[in-house]
Design a protein around this ligand. Sequence first.
Ligand SMILES: [Zn+2]
Length: 247
Amino acid sequence: MSALYKQHRLFVIIFTILFISIATTEGKTKKLFFKEHQAAVVLDPGHGGNDTGAQGPGGTLEKAVTLTLARMIADELGNKYRVVLTRTDDYSLDLHDRAAVSNNIKADLFVSLHTGGSFLHEASGMSLFYFKEILKPALIPEAPPKKPFENDKTNTNWDNIQNKYTTESKVLAKLVQDRLLQQLKSKKSKIQGAPLIVLKGAGMPAILIEIGYLTNPVEEKKLNDTKVLSDFAIGISNGINDFFQKK
Ligand SMILES: [Zn+2]
């Protein structure tokens, strides 16, 4: 190999490295720009893995309904926002870790998705919750926390941070409720405060939505209907859009 050829090859290698590093830097800059200007929405499909959530008389599992719904909402919101799901498949996730996902990416909004489960099979309708520290036990069965904020990299004390966002969370609940009722042509819904662990440590406006009672055979049938779920997804997305427009 001649000395000239060696030199030429060295130049080629140097230029290639230089080109790759410039391209990478540009990519990063663009990504940062994208992040700074887009609001981040975290969707939290309730339950997952061994934690199936409520179960309908026909065998429908809450964990499956919530994941399908979260994916539909993400599609509906499109690329207007940076949408992140706390879980993207069928695996379990600690309640604290769900809020931690949202805190770690400094999300602007956190929406936890559930279906109601009740021993009273006639229970029906949707419920929207914001966090409220009250003495009566949560109306939604939640698994006890296993570990406090293990995956939280921000080193912030998130305990009770949601209390700072009560007003905004109530506004979000109302806007989403209005749009859901409009989309589903329904009148049956309520907004209430509850001491829900999954909302407690969220450092942004946060709500939990129960889209009907899976244990009610009539509602179970609806929650298996893609058209009905799509209406829920549209209603929730419209409510989220309204929230950001009013901000
Ligand atoms: Zn649930």
